[in-house]
Write a protein that binds this ligand. Structure first.
Ligand code: TRP
Length: 341
């Protein structure tokens, strides 16, 4: 029996940040020892947003790979590959498109939220609209059963499993596998401005590659409790970004809960907690920064090429199983046809 496959991916639209680290990157470092892990640079998916500016996507591919290696993803244990270079993924998408309705895509909560945010009006590009189906291909092509992602990706996994069940039932096969999300304790990291989610597009995230000065500046600009004016005032910890980050990154939960109690009672200043958080984040990101500096661009390129070569083989194998389940392995069945038709 082969190992169970873990599969995940990131859009290369910018450098990765602390939200990615707690939401998914840390899990991948853990999972790579036990699972057969594939990590996809989702450039094709990123193009659904950036088709007018493809250079931005291209330029970030190697950046994202450096982030992977910097956090401890080991290319000998995890297969890192580039989505656009695996053509079988597009073919699978064509077959899955028949199994998903327009209204189901409209009901996908992630698509719904993005549609509202983007304000396309009636001019919704089909590519954007269908990206959940292409994500079904990403997951199923590798028979991914474990998908380490942030909470925002749950609707995509649900969509995947619907297609898997429909495909297997319709074509009377077991060839596709259902997937389960692998969530972490911090499902969603708030932005430094207190907005719901840290994101590169909102420019409210601390990047893994930020310099010590920038990290400090961002920590000291974090949203706390606007009514906590004097050190002696009681302060709120809910919605206080510094505490949310301490919860996510400070190793000692007991220390944090006693600091919270003190803050709520009054007598603990914002500067003290910010300085503590700054130290924690500096310690966390320093080894990553050093690792990143030691990486050579040509090696990163070769890692992608090698990983993609392996990924192509696996995806092609699944594609041929899918085609033969549908019955369109036409040429393979040449002799059978010539005999019976
Ligand atoms: N949609 C994911 C994101 O925006 C990226 C992604 C593409 C992905 N294909 C995937 C994640 C397959 C998990 C599995 O971050």
């Amino acid at each position: 029996m082969g190992k169970i496959v873990a599969l995940t991916g990131d859009r290369p639209t910018g450098k990765l940040h602390l939200g990615h680290l707690v939401g998914s990157l840390k899990s991948r470092v853990e999972l790579q020892d036990t699972y057969d892990q594939y990590i996809m640079i989702a450039d094709t998916q990123a193009l659904t947003d950036y088709f007018e500016n493809p250079q931005r996507v291209v330029d970030n591919i190697i950046e994202v790979v450096s982030d992977y290696l910097a956090v401890g993803i080991d290319p000998n244990l995890s297969t890192i590959f580039v989505q656009s270079q695996v053509p079988a993924l597009c073919e699978l998408t064509m077959y899955y498109m028949n199994l998903v309705t327009v209204s189901r895509l409209e009901r996908n909560p992630t698509v719904k939220a993005e549609l509202a945010q983007k304000d396309f009006g009636k001019a919704v590009p089909v590519g954007f609209f269908c990206y959940p189906i292409s994500q079904v291909s990403d997951i199923t092509a590798f028979k991914g059963e474990i998908v380490p992602v942030g909470e925002d990706q749950l609707p995509m996994i649900e969509q995947t499993n619907e297609v898997v069940r429909k495909f297997n039932r319709l074509y009377n096969t077991q060839c596709l596998k259902e997937a389960t999300a692998y969530l972490t304790k911090t499902k969603r990291l708030v932005g430094i401005d207190g907005k719901a989610k840290a994101s590169k597009s909102l420019n409210n995230a601390i990047f893994l590659s930020d310099s010590p000065e920038v990290i400090k500046e961002k920590v000291y600009s974090m949203f706390t409790d606007p009514n906590h004016l004097k050190v002696s005032d009681p302060g709120k910890v809910e919605g206080n970004v510094v505490f949310e980050y301490l919860d996510a990154f400070h190793p000692d939960a007991e220390e944090i809960s006693s600091l919270k109690a003190k803050y709520q009672k009054g007598g603990l200043g914002d500067t003290t907690i910010k300085s503590l958080l700054n130290n924690v984040l500096q310690d966390l990101l320093l080894p990553m920064r050093e690792k990143r500096i030691s990486l050579k661009k040509e090696d990163l390129f070769d890692i992608c090429i090698e990983g993609t070569r392996k990924a192509r083989g696996v995806a092609e194998q699944t594609l041929s199983e899918v085609k033969s389940s549908i019955g369109i392995d036409f040429f393979e069945k040449r002799d059978f046809y010539l005999k019976n038709h």
